[in-house]
Ligand binder design. Sequence first.
Ligand SMILES: [Zn+2]
Ligand SMILES: [Zn+2]
Length: 254
Amino acid sequence: MLIDTHAHLEMLEGVLDVIQRARDSGVERILAVSSDLPSSKRSVEISKNFPDVFAAVGIHPHEASSLNDELFSEIESLAGEQKVLAIGETGLDYHYMHSPREVQIYSFRRHIELAKRVRLPLVIHVRDAHEDVLEVLREENTRDMGAVIHCFTGDYPTAKQYIDEGFYISFSGVLTFKNAEDIREAARKIPFKRILVETDSPYLAPIPFRGKRNEPAYVKYVAQKIAELRGVSLEEIEEQTTTNAKNLFSFDVQ
Ligand SMILES: [Zn+2]
Ligand SMILES: [Zn+2]
């Protein structure tokens, strides 16, 4: 059994079938991650309709410019919902720069502060911004709060820095792409206890589905790749990553 720790379920059409296919492929839990207020509301809604779906609420760094007190207080009240297990996704994305750097950092800090206050872990998105993310995390004293760097796309030394801060590293279908040798090296070397798997559906479908719509059922291709890289069985990867996900997120709520 596997846990897809990052899927934008609300962006997928035919969610009932999507979830059923995930179950049929051995996915026991899905964390429905959000990128703005409407998607946060929809993720919570979906989590209420399916026993194996849980939600994370927050504002994606792309949308950081939309953040204001009123909107954030709505995110905060959603964070109090029973099946909300995390805050996110938040973080910094300097690749697309859809929101200015300072605005992204401000939003990231507010999410960290909220996560601490409501005692939930953070789902962090990083693209071309590892240095600033690490700096903010250290300044905000996040060591014991629990966090995952989702869809990790750095190299091993970068992963190691997050691990040293006490974080988890989540791998997506990118791991299966041709030019991802750095990421594969990280997946080979980091401690087993720190690895999570995700799809980031509907984006980043793993090979052999690259370019198509991704969905949680495909998380097994990510797990398979890690098994191959580490020279262990798929079952071992399933067991360890599921244990890790359960250590980070409190999936026992109903
Ligand atoms: Zn992301
Ligand atoms: Zn995402």
